[in-house]
Design a protein around this ligand. Structure first.
Ligand code: G4P
Length: 287
């Protein structure tokens, strides 16, 4: 088994993505950054703070329904403390949540802009965009704000299309397309965590290797859920492979009795991503 995992991004693609995002940011007054509540640190790209430094901003820890509620509270407090209200942070579940807390936080950052213009006798429409790394729920969140399915696929190199604005309140307009940020992978461990939640597509990393790492990390976080779900035996700690034990436990066998590790790995990853093992936060707040 390899000990180092490699992730390759094409430098040209990265540059193009960044250029598109920079152009998009120029069109708006405010940027809503979406991150994954299970990975409140690694699912953010710190470059955004530089790219959007003159814009109003808010941070949404999305998929909060899949993260540990107490940890999420700690992360929300942590970010609200360090940003001291300049970038309000909330936890959100864009798959099931009501739109009102989301609108309220956007309103909080838009209001000062509207007031500033009002004091000069002008009516201002505040333009807002949603951004974040892949798979954090940007399109789902846009659709929720729009009240219908409108979010377009992210920009692909070479494909351009008209910019469309959706009116979401008397003075707020939302860009219908999310701005794509590349994940910033600070170290191998952060790369793994990003792969666990599906930010980095399977196939770039070896799936069986990834599932093995995930099982080991989950044994530190939610051991009883893992033991129960995959029927691990009591001697699991002595085994070089938890994935093999999980394949045995769940009966994932090929003809001739060989273990179907490919199937076991896919199931482990899918079940974690769907929250089957409970609500898990992979990074602790540094309070
Ligand atoms: P993106 O634009 O940032 O790339 O993400 P997108 O909205 O496409 O969402 C990625 C996946 O995450 C989707 O699932 C979506 O339904 C799910 N999702 C988004 N927000 C939340 C959330 O707050 N909670 C939960 N539990 N899931 C969320 P999918 O499997 O790709 O598609 P589907 O399940 O919608 O069919």
């Amino acid at each position: 088994m390899q000990t180092e995992m490699r992730v390759n991004w094409f430098p040209g693609h990265m540059a193009k993505t960044r250029r598109i995002l920079t152009e998009r940011i120029r069109l708006v007054d405010a940027v809503i950054e979406v991150a994954d509540a299970r990975l409140p640190k690694s699912s953010r790209n710190p470059d955004l703070a530089k790219l959007a430094r003159d814009k109003a901003s808010a941070l949404i820890l999305n998929k909060a329904d899949l993260a540990d509620a107490q940890e999420t509270d700690r992360w929300v407090s942590f970010y609200n403390k360090i940003y001291n209200k300049t970038t309000p942070c909330i936890a959100y579940d864009s798959a099931h949540g009501k739109v009102s807390p989301l609108l309220a936080v956007i309103d909080t950052i838009a209001k000062p802009i509207v007031e500033r213009y009002k004091s000069r006798g002008m009516a201002k429409t505040v333009r807002v965009m949603v951004t974040g790394i892949p798979n954090v729920g940007k399109s789902t969140l846009i659709n929720r704000l729009a009240g219908k399915m409108i979010a377009q696929a992210e920009d692909r190199p070479g494909v351009t299309r008209a910019t469309r604005w959706i009116k979401i309140s008397d003075y707020l307009e939302l860009l219908d397309t999310p701005g794509m940020l590349m994940p910033k992978i600070e170290d191998t461990a952060a790369g793994k965590r990003l792969a666990y939640v599906g930010t980095i597509k399977d196939g770039i990393l070896e799936t069986e290797e990834l599932a093995e790492y995930l099982l080991r990390d989950l044994m530190n976080l939610v051991p009883s859920a893992v033991l129960e779900r995959y029927h691990l035996p009591s001697h699991y700690a002595d085994s070089p492979s938890l994935l093999e034990l999980a394949a045995i436990g769940r009966g994932f066998l090929l003809s001739g009795g060989r273990l179907n590790l490919e199937r076991a790995a896919a199931v482990v990853l899918d079940e974690f991503r769907a929250g089957v093992l409970g609500r898990v936060t992979l990074e602790k707040a540094e309070l």
